[in-house]
Ligand binder design. Structure first.
Ligand code: AMP
Length: 112
């Protein structure tokens, strides 16, 4: 499959990984929107959060445990934001489920 994040997960395209295991990869965003900007992805190709179902729910829950661990390792005790963009209006540019982890400055809210 011609998917950028599948290729990053497989190591076919280089990235700065901060965590990986058999199910999940976390790497630094190439165009950071905050001092810390990570992307957490499943190795399994899932198009977006809009298609999470009973089969993938456990994996998605597991990704959140990884995010919590990575946040501790990155020293994000001041807080952080998890974002998942979905589809065109949501601003999704890579059609492989990913969770942005943004931190290192006070983030405006509501977003965009
Ligand atoms: P989204 O726009 O929500 O789909 O997020 C896609 C994110 O992937 C953007 O923040 C991009 O900067 C990031 N991105 C695109 N290509 C790469 C890459 N090769 N390595 C790391 N991050 C990337």
């Amino acid at each position: 499959m011609d998917c950028l994040f599948c290729k990053i997960a497989a190591g076919e395209i280089p990235s700065t990984k901060v965590y990986e295991d058999e199910r999940v990869v976390v790497f630094r965003d190439i165009a950071p929107a905050a001092p810390v900007h990570l992307l957490a992805i499943p190795r399994q190709h899932i198009e977006s959060a809009a298609v999470i179902d009973e089969q993938t729910a456990e994996l998605v829950g597991y990704i959140f445990t990884v995010i919590a661990r990575v946040a501790r390792n990155e020293g994000l005790e001041n807080g952080f934001r998890i974002v998942s963009n979905i589809g065109k209006d949501g601003g999704q540019t890579v059609p492989h489920l990913h969770f942005h982890i943004l931190a290192g400055r006070e983030l405006a809210w509501p977003a965009g």
